[in-house]
Design a protein around this ligand. Structure first.
Ligand code: 6PG
Length: 265
């Protein structure tokens, strides 16, 4: 693993431009994976920020729905809330309404986390589906082609929340995680799995995320308090797609909108 993490961030003026940049980025990375490996296995996040980009990917008036190689795409989630798939808090429901109901992605290529089941059962079933689909043996871990992450104002990503048990899971692929702060259970990919991705990016928007972004990527290492700091791609390069409000406390980007931060391991 490289000793220095290179964080490359792109800053868009507003949330709408960021959604367009994100849709473009997802399609480019998907095309790249299909060109290199014949398939694209992508794991996406939930929450509110990705919804606009997902809607653009499904929008017939935009270029991306036709460009996306849906027949060669396998869709996974980095985490899920332990609620039924039609519940307002369901990441699957958000993705279905914004995108899946409107695109030609075969049902067999949609691998949702069964939030309606008992958390440990949902995590175990998701883990075995990962093992079967990626044809893993022994302690092998899956390598996603693209993992799209978000970040909470508390520094969590996926459902890896501060000071929770899931932060210490090194051998499992997916685990149930009780989040005291939310008095609820989540199922999440573990950070070793996330870090194996061929391409990893964070999508973060809004002024309420500016301080946490600075703390996570420019502050002292404190992974249990700031779990996003566990994210360290094997290739040593991490991409952040941001809007100006979220990037307000980072070094100003260059004229093309790009900025870079180097961080020791
Ligand atoms: C979830 C997500 C989570 C999300 C952050 C940011 O299930 O909530 O996967 O990790 O990315 O909480 O959420 P917002 O985009 O709503 O700020």
């Amino acid at each position: 693993m490289p000793q220095t993490l290179k964080i490359v961030y792109f800053v868009e003026p507003d949330a709408q431009a960021l959604a367009r940049r994100t849709a473009q980025h997802i399609v480019e990375q998907t095309e790249r994976a299909v060109a290199a490996r014949g398939r694209a296995r992508i794991a996406i996040s939930g929450g509110s920020t990705p919804r606009a980009a997902f809607a653009l990917l499904a929008d017939p008036t935009q270029p991306w729905i036709a460009r996306t190689p849906w027949a060669k795409l396998d869709l996974w989630w980095v985490d899920e809330r332990c609620v039924p798939p039609d519940h307002p808090d369901s990441n699957y429901r958000m993705t279905r309404e914004a995108m899946l109901d409107h695109v030609p992605l075969p049902a067999g290529q949609i691998h949702r986390i069964e939030g309606e089941l008992e958390p440990e059962t949902a995590a175990a079933r998701y883990e075995s589906e990962l093992r079967n689909s990626f044809r893993l043996e022994g302690a092998e871990m899956p390598r996603f082609d693209v993992v799209a992450l978000g970040m909470g104002t508390d520094g969590h990503t996926a459902s890896l929340f501060p000071h929770t048990q899931a932060l210490f899971e090194l051998g499992r692929l997916a685990v149930a995680n009780h989040v005291e702060a939310k008095e609820s259970w989540r199922v999440t990919l573990t950070w070793p799995v996330i870090n194996r991705a061929a391409h990893l990016f964070f999508l973060v928007a809004g002024a309420d995320k500016a301080k946490i972004l600075k703390d996570v990527w420019m502050g002292p290492k404190d992974v249990e308090r700031l779990p996003s700091q566990f994210i360290y791609p094997e290739g040593g390069i991490l991409t952040l797609l941001l809007d100006q409000a979220a990037a307000a406390l980072l070094p100003p980007p260059d004229a093309q909108g790009w900025g870079t931060i180097e961080r020791n391991a």
